[in-house]
Design a protein around this ligand. Structure first.
Ligand code: EPU
Length: 419
């Protein structure tokens, strides 16, 4: 088990080129199963979750090789429709393969996916939608088998009870090669879904309305290969901005998605940091003391404040002057990082969905364990601002989503090492 050793108190200054988006790369890799041919994915982040997706592709008979930030995926010879249990367990996004495999082969066997423990993460909406698209679903001791009796899924009109990111992606994946038209009402609008749709359109899919709450997909017979560049990671961007806000300093984020990061930057700006944007760059400068955020910060589906940035923003606000309040509306159990922040001297009170943060003058180093991906990143944000040294354990969580995390921080002057 590796640890990060972080010594705080140094300002962060410099420029960073953002990694490709994890939450876009994973569904796009799954989408490659639908393509009878070769795809070249550029800006594919080097992350353990991406390596897990590559293992799933290879066990289905696709040829996937990763090198130099590119993924080459040839799905000409897909022969499998089963995802082994141990690969399902490695990450939540393994579930994205379900829609794609069904779309390509007409059947898929899998088990409940793993991933960060953020509370119950059922897949009922995914399964209900696939059933409406013609799938017969059986569950034998936790192994779930979905089968299209006619071989091909059929278009359907669907209405989601909540705009789930994963369910929206899975339905799109199953619908692009279905017979007829699929309409998704109350679809999720996250930018990563739009990125997956742009990729699918480059392969010949017919999709309209992504980024809006009604998506219409007209099934096509076949998809062809393409070259595609994955969008930059807005949550990694938010994390490095939060780090600079917490530790003080100046950061230029190059290759950033400016409008997609706005739900985060408009809140961060209220702490008194100067934030300026130009084309695909975000510049942040923190000089004086941080201020608390007056309005309740409610996590919401996009374009609301992203749940994935809740923990890293909290790590900034723990040393702001005044009281800030979060309301977590997406996951039931996404405050697991608060114990570590409290151990570092933060004053946080969690009451159900709400977390009340009373700013303290400073944090101190401590021995903490990463609880999940974004919670672990929040501990690094806090540690860089704290006095003294922090050991963060269980950093495999952080490696799931941040490419060369310690290199990025070191390049800005932060003191962090892996051991
Ligand atoms: N939900 C259900 N039933 C379903 C599907 C979802 O009840 O069938 C519930 C979930 O339990 C949760 C809520 O709906 O309470 C939202 O879940 P959603 O399906 O939108 O999330 P996801 O697809 O599992 C993706 C990201 C998460 C991100 C959420 C919300 C990927 C690989 N994961 O998860 O990212 O937090 O959307 O934006 O895209 C992360 O990167 O750290 C991360 C957890």
């Amino acid at each position: 088990m590796q640890n990060f050793i972080v010594t705080g108190g140094t300002r962060l200054c410099g420029e960073l080129e953002l990694q490709g988006s994890k939450n876009s790369a994973l569904p796009i890799m799954a989408a490659c199963v639908l393509v009878s041919g070769k795809c070249l994915l550029k800006s594919c982040p080097r992350l353990t979750d991406v390596y897990s997706a590559a293992r799933i592709l290879n066990c289905l008979g696709c040829k996937c090789s990763l090198s130099g930030g590119c993924a080459e995926i040839d799905s000409t010879g897909v022969y499998g429709s089963e995802i082994p249990e141990e690969l399902m367990r490695e990450m939540r996004s393994s579930i994205m393969f379900m829609g794609a495999i069904l779309g390509r082969t007409g059947e898929c066997t899998f088990s409940i996916p793993g991933g960060c423990e953020l509370g119950p993460r059922p897949i009922d909406m995914h399964l209900a939608a696939l059933s409406k698209m013609g799938a017969e679903i059986t569950d034998t001791g936790g192994r779930i088998c979905c089968r299209m009796p006619k071989g091909r899924s059929k278009g359907a009109r669907l209405s989601l009870s909540f705009p789930s990111v994963g369910a929206t992606e899975n339905i799109i994946l199953c619908a692009v090669t279905a017979e007829g038209e699929t309409v998704i009402n109350n679809a999720a609008r996250e930018p990563e879904i739009c990125d997956m749709c742009r990729f699918l359109r480059s392969c010949g899919a017919k999709i309209k309305g992504d980024g809006e709450s009604c998506i219409v997909i007209e099934g096509v017979e076949k998809l062809h290969g393409c070259e595609y560049r994955i969008m930059p990671d807005r949550i990694a961007g938010a994390t490095y901005l939060a780090m600079t806000a917490a530790a003080g300093g100046e950061l230029i984020l190059k290759n950033a998605c400016v409008p997609e990061t706005e739900p985060f930057t408009t809140v961060l700006e209220q702490t008194g940091c100067g934030i300026y944007t130009a084309e695909n760059r975000i510049y942040l400068r923190r000089g004086g003391r941080l201020k608390a955020v007056k309005d309740r910060i409610r996590t919401m589906p996009h374009p609301g404040f992203p749940t994935d940035a809740q923990a890293v923003l909290m790590a900034v606000l723990v040393t702001a002057d005044g009281t800030s309040v979060f309301e977590e509306n997406i996951f039931d159990c996404r405050y697991r990082h608060t114990d570590a922040l409290i151990k570092m001297g933060a004053d946080i009170q969690v009451m159900g969905k709400a977390a009340v943060i009373r700013g303290v003058p400073r944090l101190h180093g401590a021995d903490v364990e990463a609880t999940d991906l974004r919670g672990g990143a929040a501990m690094a944000v806090a540690a860089l601002a704290a006095e003294g040294t922090t050991r963060i354990g269980s950093i495999s969580h952080i490696d799931r989503g941040y490419e060369r995390f310690e290199e990025a921080i070191t390049s800005l002057g932060g003191k962090i090492r892996r051991e």
